[in-house]
Design a protein around this ligand. Structure first.
Ligand SMILES: *Cc1c(COP(=O)(O)O)cnc(C)c1O
Length: 367
C-alpha cells in the first residue's frame, strides 16, 4: 500500500490551485513552432531593462561565487535616498510576491481571517490558504474595491486585509480621500497591506502615495516592486515598508539570502535612472491611448486602467479568443481564473506590439 501524501498535506495546501502565470514566449514557440511572438501577458516593461541596471549586473557577475549581502545595505541606502525610508522600515523581497508571503507567514494562523476583494491579485488567496487562514472575499464595485464592504467584513478574527492600488487584473484605482477614510475606520489589530506594484504609472494629484501614509497608520504595510515600471521582473526584487516592529517580524521569517546580488545591484542602479522611469511611464501612456482607441474601434468595452495593462470585455467567451490570438503569435492573459470569463487582460507594449495585438484581435473577432 502506498502512502496517501495528499492526505498528509496541510488542509490549506490540499485545496490550493497553483498560480497561473502568463504563457512564456518559449513555451508558445515549442507548442506551435512559430516565432516572432509578442507577449503582452505579464505586465512586464516593454522597454527591456535600464542600461544602468544592466551595467551594474554585468559588473557583479564575477562575484557570483559569494553570497549576497543578506541585509541589502546598498539597496536600502538607495531606497532611503529615493523615498526617505529608513532601513528599519524595509524588508527586501525576491519580488514583492516574496514579501506578501512573508507577511502571511508572520501573521496568519489557521482560522484567522483575511479580507480582500473579488477580482484582486491571485497571490492573496494563495498566501492566505497556504497558511490555513480563511479568505473573506468582498464583492467588487465597478470591478474595483468596495471599501465599505471590506470594512464591514472585518471581525475580531481578521488579521490581514489586502488592497492593490492600482488593482490587478482590473486596473482600477482608489483615490487618497477614500483610502484614508477607510484606513481611519480599520481597527488597529488589522494589518492593511497596500500593494502598490503599479503606482509609478499614476500621475494624479488625488492618487495616494502609501509611503507617505505610513507615519499615520502603524498597521499599514506598503509593498512595492521593481518588476513593472522599473523593468526588472526577471531579476526578482521588491520590498515592504512598514513600522520597525512589523519590519522586524517580517525579517525573522525571511530567507537570509532571498534577494540575489544581481537583483540588489540592478535595483540600486535603476533607482538613480530617472530617465528610464520617465520613458517607462511615457511609453505606457502612449500605448494605453493606442490600445483604448483600437479597442473602441472594435466596439469592445474595457475597464479604464491606472496600470500598465488594460482589461477588455470580448463580448463573448474569451478563452477561444485567447487561443486564436496565440495561434497568431500574440500572448495575452485570459481572466477565467479570476471569474471574468469574457475578459482578456492586455499588457501595454511598444507601439508595434500593441498594433500586432489589435490587428490580430480584429481578425480573430471577424471569424
Ligand atoms: C506584478 C504584481 C506584483 C509584483 O510581483 P513581483 O513578485 O514583485 O514580480 C505584486 N502585486 C501585484 C498586484 C502585481 O500585479
Amino acid at each position: 500500500m502506498s502512502c496517501d501524501f495528499m492526505a498528509q498535506a496541510t488542509p490549506g495546501v490540499q485545496g490550493l490551485h497553483p498560480y497561473e502565470a502568463g504563457k512564456p514566449v518559449e513555451e508558445l514557440e515549442r507548442e506551435l513552432g512559430i516565432s516572432d511572438i509578442v507577449k503582452l501577458a505579464s505586465n512586464e516593461n516593454p522597454l527591456g531593462p535600464s542600461d544602468q541596471a544592466m551595467a551594474a549586473v554585468q559588473a557583479l557577475l564575477a562575484d557570483s561565487a559569494r553570497y549576497p549581502d543578506s541585509n541589502g545595505f546598498g539597496l536600502k541606502q538607495a531606497l532611503h535616498k529615493h523615498y526617505g525610508l529608513e532601513g528599519a522600515q524595509l524588508t527586501l523581497g525576491n519580488g514583492s510576491n516574496d514579501v506578501l508571503e512573508l507577511i502571511a507567514r508572520a501573521f496568519l494562523q489557521p482560522d484567522d481571517e483575511v479580507v480582500f476583494s473579488e477580482y484582486s491579485f491571485a497571490v492573496y488567496p494563495i498566501v492566505t490558504q497556504a497558511c490555513g487562514a480563511r479568505a473573506v472575499v468582498t464583492p467588487a464595485i465597478d470591478y474595483g474595491h468596495d471599501l465599505e464592504a471590506m470594512a464591514s467584513a472585518i471581525t475580531e478574527r481578521t488579521r490581514l486585509l489586502f488592497i492593490a492600488n492600482p488593482n490587478n487584473p482590473t486596473g482600477t484605482g482608489l483615490m487618497r480621500e477614500e483610502l484614508t477614510a477607510f484606513l481611519d475606520a480599520v481597527p488597529e489589530h488589522v494589518i492593511v497591506v497596500l500593494d502598490e506594484a503599479y503606482t509609478e504609472y499614476v500621475a494624479m494629484a488625488e492618487f495616494p502615495d502609501g509611503l507617505a501614509l505610513l507615519p499615520d497608520y502603524p498597521n499599514l504595510i506598503v509593498t512595492r516592486t521593481f518588476s513593472k515600471a522599473w523593468g526588472l521582473a526577471g531579476l526578482r526584487v521588491g520590498f515592504a515598508a512598514a513600522t520597525p516592529v512589523i519590519t522586524d517580524l517580517l525579517n525573522r521569517v525571511r530567507q537570509p539570502f532571498n534577494v540575489s546580488h544581481l537583483a540588489l545591484a540592478a535595483a540600486e542602479a535603476v533607482l538613480t535612472d530617472a530617465d528610464y522611469l520617465q520613458r517607462s511611464v511615457e511609453v505606457n501612456r502612449a500605448g494605453m491611448r493606442q490600445l483604448e482607441t483600437g479597442l473602441k474601434q472594435l466596439g469592445l468595452e474595457f475597464i479604464p486602467s491606472f496600470g500598465n495593462f488594460i482589461t477588455a470585455d470580448m463580448g463573448r467567451p474569451a478563452q477561444p479568443v485567447f487561443e486564436a490570438l496565440l495561434r497568431a503569435g500574440v500572448i495575452v492573459r485570459p481572466l477565467a481564473p479570476y471569474r471574468m470569463p469574457q475578459h482578456l487582460r492586455i499588457s501595454v507594449g511598444l507601439p508595434e506590439e500593441n498594433d500586432r495585438f489589435l490587428q490580430a484581435l480584429k481578425q480573430v473577432l471577424a471569424c
